[in-house]
Design a protein around this ligand. Structure first.
Ligand code: SF4
Ligand code: SF4
Length: 220
């Protein structure tokens, strides 16, 4: 069992956790640690902190712990956890907000996920839609996994799943505007809606963990 010293949690950590909460528009304090999210998570076996532990760590203000965790980068954003939660805690959004926070601080605990995401988004931004061939080629080059999935290529070509033809969308500029708006939201940590300009009163109140020393329970 890992021992956690809550006296090391600073006010800056608490504010940073509150920012994650605001960006996700989710209050971790709504969680009562039943574990249903973790029981249904298809990626839990790959995580260093399972979803329930990520939430508990956020409740306790353990900012550095969640920021360096692999879990948010392994999360497939499948939403199973959010659907299963009896408290309607949208864990997937929290996972994403943690990733954004880590990126803002120059951290990427799972390098491959970051590389894949960047190429995927760049692909959508420039072409209006994803191109599997470009995605795979650039990912393999940048990640150094040069022959990853190469053995599957002949079968994918034969089934028409991939090919040299690029299907352009009609209005690439519109897609680019949407992507840029989403990227701006992620890089700023804003909880603004994409469609509705925010007003200060529309923000969800930040999670305000009380003094770390007053919190009981573990983050295990
Ligand atoms: S399912 Fe919801 S209440 Fe239960 S541990 Fe997960 S986040 Fe907390
Ligand atoms: S969204 Fe992420 S954390 Fe939630 S169940 Fe899916 S993989 Fe697990």
């Amino acid at each position: 069992m890992t021992t956690i010293d809550l006296s090391e949690v600073t006010s800056a950590d608490l504010e940073a956790v509150s920012q994650i909460s605001r960006e996700a528009d989710v209050d971790p304090d709504d969680c009562y640690q039943c574990g249903k999210c973790t029981a249904g998570c298809p990626m839990a076996h790959e995580m260093d902190l399972v979803p329930r532990q990520i939430i508990r760590s956020l409740q306790l203000g353990l900012y550095r712990r969640v920021l360096t965790a692999k879990s948010p980068w392994v999360c497939a954003q499948c939403q199973v956890c959010s659907v299963r939660c009896p408290q309607e805690v949208r864990i997937a959004e929290l996972m994403l907000a943690v990733r954004h926070a880590a990126k803002r601080e120059g951290l990427r605990p799972v390098r491959e996920t970051d590389i894949f995401d960047d190429i995927f988004v760049s692909n959508i931004r420039s072409q209006g839609r994803n191109n599997e061939v470009f995605l795979a080629a650039f990912y393999n080059l940048q990640s150094g996994h040069l022959v990853q999935d190469v053995a599957n290529v002949p079968a994918m070509v034969a089934r028409g799943m991939i090919g040299p033809r690029i299907n352009h969308v009609k209005d690439k500029a519109a897609v680019r505007r949407i992507v840029d708006k989403v990227l701006k939201k992620g890089s700023s940590g804003s909880s603004d809606s994409l469609d509705t300009p925010s007003s200060p009163s529309s923000s969800v109140a930040p999670s305000s963990p009380s003094s770390p020393g007053q919190r009981d329970g573990d983050a295990q």
